[in-house]
Design a protein around this ligand. Structure first.
Ligand code: CMP
Length: 143
C-alpha cells in the first residue's frame, strides 16, 4: 500500500490546525500509521530541503521549519501521494483553490501550513529521513 510523508509546518501547529488537517485525511479514508510532534534540527532541515539548496529562499526555509514544533506524519492508502497533494492545494496559497488546506487556511508561500511528498521517489526519501523505519505502526484498516 502506498505511503506518504505529510508534515504540519510550524505555522499550522501555532494556529491550532493539527486536528483540522488530521481530520481531513481521516475523513477522506486514509490511514494514519505514524505521527510525532517534534522540533526539527538544522541538519534534518537542510537534508529535507536539499533540492532547494541553491534557491535564494533556502535560508528562510530552514529558519522557518526549525522555528517551532512540526507535526510529522505517515499516511497510507491508495494513491495517497497524489491525492494528498490535491487536498493540500498549490504551493502558493494564492493559487490554491478553496476547499484545499492551503486554499482555506494559507496566505503566504513561505508559511503554507503543510508539506507533502510530491512523488513516490520523494515519499521514499522523506519517509526514510523523518521516520527511518521507527515510530510507524502496521495495522489493518478494517472499515
Ligand atoms: P514545500 O513544498 O513544503 O517545500 C518547499 C517550500 O519552499 C515550499 O513548500 C514553500 O513553502 C517554500 N517556497 C517556495 N517558494 C518560495 C519563495 N519564493 N519564498 C519562500 N519560500 C518559498
Amino acid at each position: 500500500m502506498e505511503k506518504t510523508f505529510l508534515m504540519v509546518k510550524p505555522d499550522g501547529v501555532q494556529r491550532g490546525l493539527i486536528g483540522e488537517i488530521v481530520s481531513r485525511f481521516e475523513k477522506k479514508g486514509f490511514q494514519l500509521v505514524g505521527a510525532k510532534l517534534m522540533m526539527v534540527s538544522q541538519e534534518l532541515a537542510e537534508k529535507h530541503y536539499a533540492e532547494h539548496k541553491e534557491k535564494p529562499f533556502f535560508g528562510e526555509l530552514v529558519d522557518f521549519i526549525t522555528s517551532g514544533p512540526v507535526f510529522a506524519m505517515v499516511w497510507q492508502g491508495p494513491n495517497v501521494i497524489a491525492t494528498a497533494r490535491q487536498m493540500m492545494g498549490k504551493t502558493n496559497p494564492v493559487d490554491a483553490l478553496p476547499g484545499t488546506i492551503r486554499g482555506d487556511f494559507g496566505v503566504s508561500v513561505g508559511m503554507n501550513i503543510i508539506h507533502g511528498s510530491d512523488s513516490p521517489e520523494s515519499a521514499e526519501r522523506e519517509l526514510a529521513l523523518w521516520f527511518n523505519d521507527k515510530g510507524t505502526v502496521d495495522y489493518e484498516k478494517t472499515i
